[in-house]
Design a protein. Structure first.
Length: 356
């Protein structure tokens, strides 16, 4: 028996926002977008049961996954409880616009970990994250955060780092701290053609500045959880990274689209990468096409082979690789960042190892 991780898109590419850097919107163009049907949920859960996972992790994403409605989630969760004896954890990534007490209570009841998208303060968030009328969503997202907090739901903030805000992460850092947000995940905007993606220089500036802010607070006993830094420190403490983009090889998880189609990665939900559907006989057995996708990430550039930071970086995410999927286009940013922060990261790791 093996663990199974499913990333499910119950509302496909439907979204009540219109962010300028949205990569998923373009991936869904021309598709029949709609909410996952009961028939597809039933088929998916039947196949999960037959797979007999040792544990199940279900992450809901979009588009905007709350557009599927609370009834969808009640049906899905009841189906999981009835069909899957393995321990199951749920997560959901949302833009927060629909979050109210009913949603929050559903999340809390089933132990969901929520990722709430908010790029920073009002001006920062308004820059690229707006609704279809071009209006600000800042107040609605802050209300959602308040609701989640009040109803006892665990959540972290997902903040997209783009070419604009990367150079002034201090402003965003201060805002999140003042707002009481202590679990942060920064997501570099790599969507080429969006006009806002990160240059390697900007990415380097962001990595350095965010580390300085994190480290200063850590030294004062004010620990803020930042996913990529937690992972680096964890690696130095001998732990495996929990983020596949930091593992050096692609993870074997499945993305299930609303129509039941399966893909090997959220960034590769395109027809040429489709690895099956939940209606196949054994959809969660990693087949030849899926294996080939994963194996392509095994390629290691010769510069990486002799790089002293390889144990931390591992060549990065396949999505960032160029030249036959070997060379990371942010290599220089990573090299300089690790050179800048390595000693301090190692000191934190050593200090934490002594206290565990
Ligand atoms: S909220 Fe997410 S899915 Fe919706 S437009 Fe913005 S980035 Fe895209
Ligand atoms: S492309 Fe990146 S995010 Fe996707 S599975 Fe591979 S390492 Fe993970
Ligand atoms: S920093 Fe560059 S050379 Fe070193 S492992 Fe990362 S991508 Fe490879």
């Amino acid at each position: 028996m093996r663990p199974l991780t499913l990333l499910i898109k119950p509302a496909a590419g439907l979204c009540n926002m219109n962010c300028r850097y949205c990569f998923y919107r373009s991936a869904c163009e021309g598709r029949d977008n709609g909410v996952m049907s009961r028939r597809t949920v039933d088929a998916l859960l039947r196949k999960v049961r037959e797979y007999r996972p040792s544990s199940l992790t279900v992450l809901f994403q979009g588009g905007e996954p709350t557009l599927a409605g609370t009834d969808f989630y009640r049906y899905f969760i009841a189906g999981v409880r009835a069909a899957v004896p393995a321990p199951t954890s749920f997560g959901l990534q949302t833009n927060g616009l629909l979050i109210d007490d009913e949603w929050a209570d559903l999340f809390r009841e089933h132990g969901f970990l929520i990722g709430l998208s908010l790029d920073g303060d009002r001006a920062t968030n308004d820059r690229y994250r707006r609704d279809h009328r071009g209006e600000s969503v800042f107040d609605r997202v802050m209300n959602a955060a308040g609701t989640l907090e009040r109803r006892g739901v665990e959540f972290n903030i997902l903040s997209v780092i783009d070419g604009e805000n990367a150079g002034d992460i201090e402003r965003t850092w201060r805002f999140f701290k003042e707002s009481g947000f202590r679990f942060l995940q920064f997501i570099p905007c790599l969507e080429e053609g969006s006009g806002v993606s990160l240059s390697p220089q900007r990415y380097e500036a962001f990595l350095k500045q965010s580390f300085d802010l994190w480290y200063d607070d850590w030294r004062k006993g004010d620990y803020i959880s930042v996913r990529h830094i937690d992972n680096y420190v964890g690696i130095l403490m001998g732990r495996p990274p929990e983020n596949c983009a930091m593992c050096g090889v692609c993870g074997s998880y499945f993305v299930a689209e609303a129509n039941g189609d399966l893909y090997p990665c959220d960034f590769y939900c395109k027809e040429e990468y489709r690895v099956g559907t939940v209606f196949d006989a054994t959809p969660f057995a990693v087949g030849e096409k899926h294996r080939a996708f994963i194996e392509q990430s095994y390629l290691i550039h010769e510069r990486c082979r002799s790089c002293r930071y390889y144990p931390l970086c591992r060549g990065g995410c396949r999505r960032d690789r160029i030249n036959g999927l070997t060379e990371n286009r942010y290599c220089e940013a990573y090299t300089r960042f690790f050179g800048y922060a390595f000693d301090r990261m190692a000191a934190v790791a050593e200090s934490l190892s002594g206290t565990l």
